[in-house]
Design a binder for this molecule. Sequence first.
Ligand SMILES: Cc1cc2nc3c(=O)[nH]c(=O)nc-3n(C[C@H](O)[C@H](O)[C@H](O)COP(=O)(O)OP(=O)(O)OC[C@H]3O[C@@H](n4cnc5c(N)ncnc54)[C@H](O)[C@@H]3O)c2cc1C
Length: 639
Amino acid sequence: MSVDAVHQSSTPGERKAREVAEEAREKEWARPSFAKGIYLGAFDVTLIHPYPVPDPEVAKRGTQFLETLREVCETIDGARIEREDHIPDDTMAALRRIGAFGMKIPREFGGLGLSLVDYGRALMLISTVHPSLGALLSAHQSIGVPEPVKMFGTPEQMQEYLPRCAAGAVSAFLLTEPDVGSDPARMNSTATPTEDGSAYLLDGVKLWTTNGPIAELLVVMAAVPPHDGDGSGRGRRRGGISAFVVEADSPGITVEHRNKFMGLRGMENGVTRFRQVRVPAANRLGREGQGLKIALTTLNTGRLSIPAIVAGAGKWSLGIARQWSTERVQWGRPIGEHEAVGSKVAFIAATAFALESVFELSAALADAGQKDFRIEAALAKLWSSEMGYRVADELVQIRGGRGFETADSLAARGERAVPAEQLLRDMRINRIFEGSSEIMRLLIAREAVDVHLHAAGELASREAPILAKAHSAVGASRFYARWLPTLVAGQGMRPGAYGEFGQLARHLRFVERSSRTLARRTFYAMARWQARLDRKEVLLGRIVDVGAELFAMSAVCTRADAMRRQDPAPGADAVRLADAFCEQSRERVAETFRRLNASTDRTDTRLARAVLDGRLRWLEDGVIDQSEGTGPWIAPSAP
Ligand SMILES: Cc1cc2nc3c(=O)[nH]c(=O)nc-3n(C[C@H](O)[C@H](O)[C@H](O)COP(=O)(O)OP(=O)(O)OC[C@H]3O[C@@H](n4cnc5c(N)ncnc54)[C@H](O)[C@@H]3O)c2cc1C
């Protein structure tokens, strides 16, 4: 029995989506994952402590580049990008000149060969000038052509594309289609092999292609129809979703529309149509059928750019919150001295420290190359995008009416042009793209319950025969007889444990205890819901969210400790920030544990059913929906 059985669901579409996601998932965990341990009740701080130390040579290069980038950033007018909805040509030229399009590309291919930590710091810096600059650089090198070519390309492909990308040939990543968002299994774009096998003909439409309108190179995912390898009928069947590097000026490619959004103005993002576009077979990355794995693996590393960008937003928010809360006087006192505002300032400060810690830890783990960081990257993306949005929202609140006013309007009436409302608009997309929060929770939950799926075997399958279930029950009980006792006691119960962390030790003991509780509660959920657990998305989401907080607490404590050892003065502040963050985070953990099996879930499910069935349409009366009749919900893909 395969563990996939737990994912057998009612509709064929859903089954297919899960099968493809499962297929693309890494099943071999070559090295221990710190974050996975949190979900299994096996919190092991030694996997992240002492804090991973970067190669000094690489770190020196990173520091030098960051100085150069800062100089360039000081010449860029972020407000102009916002106003004109365009990144000026001289900015593009300056970024090309300093090598910003090749930050992650190895030096042997003309890139800067920076670490992920320094790459992230660069995105953090430039995104505070304007986030569309971060989007430009990260769509190009976090998910665009260089990343999949580096990971899956042949030596010839690397030689062909990496130097071009490093020199500034902008690239884009084309996975999403009008009909295909979180569920790429149903991809409609096709790549049909030519008779002689020398090329493919690409057809289809790709939506929301960041950099698409200005790209020179594209990485495109498209489905190759099943076919015989050599046409003889005897060869191995081939086909399936595959990845291709495509020259953007190939005949048959048109960018049909430049999309506009609530935020990220200045970002070039379009609808790209392919009509019989000839792509040489040599441009295929990896094997036929490997495309989704290539795309999802690219996104695994790629989504680390979001925590970096959000960490920058946290720092900027803190600066504005501090200055405004001391400057603005109401009811006889600076607003920061009113407790209700002060608590928001404290939340922003503690969260800004945590956002940077989560980004730095995840990137350092990826750089160290010793540990699997797929769950860490997903957790960092999920947690940072959610918390970053809360930070932006609290900043708008602290700014009061000025928080809602645009920077241009503030400047026009003679006040400091603080784009707080812009930040809120810009941060919103982070919870949606590169894997929405809901999809991140499913992805992490899949790994969190993996051990139970293995142990439960047929028990977890809806369609397994009774005898197989009985057999699995024996196997499972053996596994749990060994595993459950390990969750009863641990370091977190020993008063002096983690003593080297000083006053933060108590938080790490809390993390260790909570990790075991989380594993037990996951087991109870598994035992209770069995095959239906995969449909309990809200419950699974809460399990994931507890783990995300524990991950953030671990990142914060280990970073503060490293800072304290390096330099006691700022180190003491870091410990204070970490302490405050952990207090806040513990409250969220306690609340989420309390609501793990919230009784509202059943009521909500029934209510959602009633809404979806149209039984509550009367509630929609009394308003006007002017969007009605303006077009179909999803534009047809056919030309
Ligand atoms: C500004 C911008 C830039 C983008 N850049 C790129 C790019 O460069 N390349 C690219 O390929 N794509 C890009 N995208 C696409 C982006 O990655 C998708 O928007 C995202 O994957 C979500 O897909 P969707 O919008 O179709 O939402 P849908 O998949 O239709 O989802 C709608 C809602 O349902 C939820 N949902 C879906 N499935 C499930 C499930 N199984 N369980 C629970 N909830 C679920 C989602 O979380 C979401 O809340 C971009 C999008 C935007 C807006």
